[in-house]
Design a protein around this ligand. Structure first.
Ligand SMILES: [Zn+2]
Length: 350
């Protein structure tokens, strides 16, 4: 047994010494045959000798020989890999060593931005051009930032309309990007002019227009004398930049806990132009809601120690996925997340 152990160790050393000398495919094959050859390979012969080892030592001896065989095989394969990576020698004698300059080049695939990212950038660029800056915040939020600071007191019925995914009692996946408004207003003093893009989460059963995760972008302006007229003018400018000069826009009174007054913004249906009573995009109304907006509720400003007597603010938000669906005439939101290249490549990715 001790004798066999020494022989295994001796062979390992001899193999390592030989392996260092291998410089081409031919010497590699010679080394492989010398150690693993089916009839006279050194390692192969060890397996023959195993038959003479007494029964009680067979198991251990077999393990040692197998280990040696495994390490020799791995090392030989590694050398083979290195040789194939090496630049072929032009002066080499074997046919495959010659560099064939007539072979076609290998195509390199270049990645591209995802359609939702492209659309998000399009929206961001409009607002960056008007002097807004981009802010981001955590996707896991506390109840305070997601609800309470935004004027949703505990047990307020408005919380029910947000199907929230809770992690623990006080921790949740943010249901909107609005908590970032609070985080920014806590740190910065007016004037504030920001947009906040990001992922948001709701407990939704996936269907063509709902997913448990989607993208939102919202904006916030806080300044002395900020009015609803500024909100209206800015959003009309934004919508025309995105959908063209001639698009019709209307503001409709609405309710959100954190804005007062609040308005939803509709644009004319670009699918049917209001001409099709059976249009599935606008349900035959000719209008499509794309934005929620309003004047920041004075209580929200108080929550972050901004004096509502001196400052006023306005905010808006829209779904990036939903607006992209409308803009591109896509009827299935899940297409954005399935990463089917046939879909993605239609948006500029090559
Ligand atoms: Zn329509």
């Amino acid at each position: 047994m001790a004798d066999l152990k020494d022989r295994v160790e001796g062979l390992r050393k001899a193999f390592e010494a030989e392996a260092l000398k291998v410089g081409d495919a031919k010497s590699l094959e010679e080394l492989r045959t010398a150690f693993l050859g089916r009839k006279k390979g050194h390692v192969t012969l060890l397996f023959e000798d195993l038959k003479t080892v007494p029964a009680e030592g067979k198991r251990e001896a077999g393990r040692l020989i197998n280990e040696l065989k495994e390490s020799v095989t791995v090392r030989l394969d590694a050398i083979e890999g290195q040789l194939s990576l090496a630049w072929p020698s032009v002066s080499g004698t074997s046919a495959e060593a010659k560099l064939d300059l007539t072979l076609p080049g290998r195509k390199k695939y270049v990645g591209a931005a995802h359609p939702l990212v492209l659309f998000q950038q399009e929206i961001e660029n409009v607002f960056l051009g008007m002097g807004f800056t981009i802010e981001e915040g955590p996707e896991i939020e506390t109840d305070y930032y997601n609800f309470e600071a935004l004027n949703f007191p505990p047990h307020h019925p408005a919380r029910d309309s947000w199907d929230t995914l809770y992690i623990k009692d006080d921790l949740l996946l943010r249901t909107h990007t609005s908590p970032v408004q609070i985080r920014v207003m806590e740190k910065k003093k007016p004037p504030i002019r920001i947009i906040i893009p990001g992922r948001v989460f709701r407990r939704e059963t996936p269907d063509p227009t709902h997913l448990p995760m989607f993208m939102q972008i919202e904006g916030l302006v806080v300044d002395e004398g900020a009015t609803f007229a500024h909100l209206k003018g800015t959003l009309e400018y934004f919508i025309r930049a995105l959908f063209g000069e001639k698009i019709k826009v209307r503001f409709r009174p609405s309710f959100f806990p954190f804005t007062e007054p609040s308005a939803e913004v509709d644009i004319e249906c670009i699918v049917c132009g209001g001409q099709d009573k059976s249009c599935r995009v606008c349900s035959g109304t000719g209008w499509k809601e794309i934005l929620g907006s309003g004047m920041v509720d004075p209580q929200v400003l108080k929550n972050v120690n901004i004096d509502p007597e001196k400052y006023s603010g306005w905010a808006f938000g829209l779904g990036i996925d939903r607006t992209a669906m409308f803009a591109y005439g896509i009827t299935e939101m899940r297409h954005f997340y399935e990463n089917d290249l046939r879909f993605i490549r239609q948006f500029g990715a090559k």
